[in-house]
Design a protein around this ligand. Structure first.
Ligand SMILES: Cc1ncc(COP(=O)(O)O)c(C=O)c1O
Length: 409
């Protein structure tokens, strides 16, 4: 251990011994607050129609990822209720033990068909999927070699967790800069070991869309495995709503049921043998209790429903296009957004908090997103749109946001 670090650690440890764990936790919280980065939980009541109640007031909700409003859809609610009544509220054990409800087979077959993959697996959550699929995929025992990993600089925290648990240090390419990715692949061409590329198809904080066809072509050219996260594309993008990977022969495409699909849980699509391998090696599937039956019921209903929601997807895309155009006309920076996620990038953290507070004052929930969730100097208000929003909701934002931003200048 570095001497200065060892001394600091000893001091904190001595302090903890003297004053207790709560005292050092409180000191850490004070440091977060001094840096303007203390976070806290605020209770909400989720309402239909893209609304929430917070602090006793009804607000138009632009912070939830319920992109199609499915969390209140009668078909999902009804199936969740029916499966709870029939199978109970808990799965009782992991899928490899006794939690593998017979319904998984049909749900996974339907997901695989929609994703254009041979097979698919349902997992407990998106975070857990990334944190446990990547270590299985990057296992040295699998390859009998050290994998070289290439990852977009802005990948989600759960993908970082997966890479960390896999014990690899990824080579990070500049966000959405596939020329840079190719340059990194070329620079390591003489090194042994398999290549694995990790990215997302819609980036959660910028709302930009990856060129999946080009990424797949690069992966093929360099004989690299491609792992893509479709958390924000699932339900929303693609002809049948199953994201941007179908038709591109992606090795592993994961996504979530927690956002556009209106409930909770995750999936991964891939070849049958790879999915079988993951059942044997993914700790998040092996060592976690399977999803509760009512959640699996909501997933089942959403998977059935989503291909029929083309009109809702078109409406969502139209909301986003109108909002971006209006914000741009008002001189606001929406970054590279090209999806239902529209950030207004303000830069300064305190100013972003002030704008979010002004919006809430005026009946809009759109929370401030700050470092470390986004890079320093790029704090933003992230507007997550929903097909459940009305034209009037978008008009309201177009009137309110430029004014709130102007008032904090
Ligand atoms: C890109 C991305 N991947 C994975 C996750 C995690 O998904 P879940 O919320 O279902 O755990 C999220 C959500 O926060 C995400 O934005």
């Amino acid at each position: 251990m570095h001497a200065a670090f060892a001394t600091a650690a000893k001091t904190i440890y001595d302090h903890a011994l003297m004053h207790g764990l709560d005292a050092i936790a409180a000191a850490a919280l004070d440091r977060f607050a001094a840096a303007g980065r203390r976070r806290s939980l605020t209770p909400v009541e989720r309402l239909p129609g893209g609304r929430v109640r917070r602090h006793g007031r009804e607000l138009v909700d632009f912070s939830s990822n319920d992109y199609l409003g499915l969390s209140h859809h009668p078909a999902l609610i009804e199936r969740a209720r029916a499966w709870a009544a029939e199978f109970g509220t808990g799965a009782g054990a992991s899928r490899l033990v006794s939690g593998h409800l017979a319904a998984y087979q049909a749900v996974e077959a339907r997901i695989a068909r929609a994703k254009g993959t041979e097979a698919a697996l349902v997992l407990v959550s998106g975070w857990q999927a990334n944190a446990s699929l990547l270590p299985a995929l990057l296992d040295r025992d699998l390859w009998q070699a050290e994998p070289l990993v290439f990852a977009d600089r802005l990948i989600h925290a759960s993908l970082h967790a997966g890479l960390t648990l896999a014990g690899v240090r990824a080579r990070r390419y500049r966000h959405d800069d596939l020329d840079h990715l190719e340059a990194l692949l070329a620079a390591t061409a003489d090194q042994a070991g398999p290549r694995v590329i990790v990215s997302e198809t819609i980036f959660s904080m910028d709302g930009d869309v990856t060129d999946v066809a080009r990424l797949a072509a690069i992966a093929a050219r360099w004989n690299a495995v491609l792992y893509l996260d479709e958390a924000h594309a699932t339900g929303v993008m693609g002809e049948t709503g199953f994201g941007l990977t179908p038709g591109h022969g992606i090795d592993l495409a994961m996504g979530t049921f927690s956002k556009g699909m209106g409930s909770f849980g995750a999936y991964v699509g891939g070849s049958a043998v790879l999915c079988d391998y993951l059942v044997n090696r993914s700790s998040g599937l092996i060592y976690a209790t399977a999803l509760p039956p009512p959640v699996l019921g909501a997933i089942d209903a959403a998977v059935e429903l989503v291909p029929t929601l083309g009109a809702e997807r078109a409406r969502l895309a139209a909301h986003a296009a109108r909002l971006r155009a209006g914000f741009a006309a008002a001189g606001l920076d929406t970054g590279p957004s090209a999806s239902q996620i529209v950030p207004v990038i303000l830069g300064d953290e305190r100013r972003t908090l002030a704008v979010a507070a002004a919006l809430e004052q005026n009946g809009v929930l759109a929370v401030a997103i700050r470092p470390p969730t986004v890079p320093p100097g790029t704090s933003r208000i992230r507007f997550a749109l929903s097909a459940a929003h009305t034209e009037a909701d978008i008009d309201f934002l177009l009137e309110l946001v430029p004014r709130a931003v102007e008032e904090t200048r």
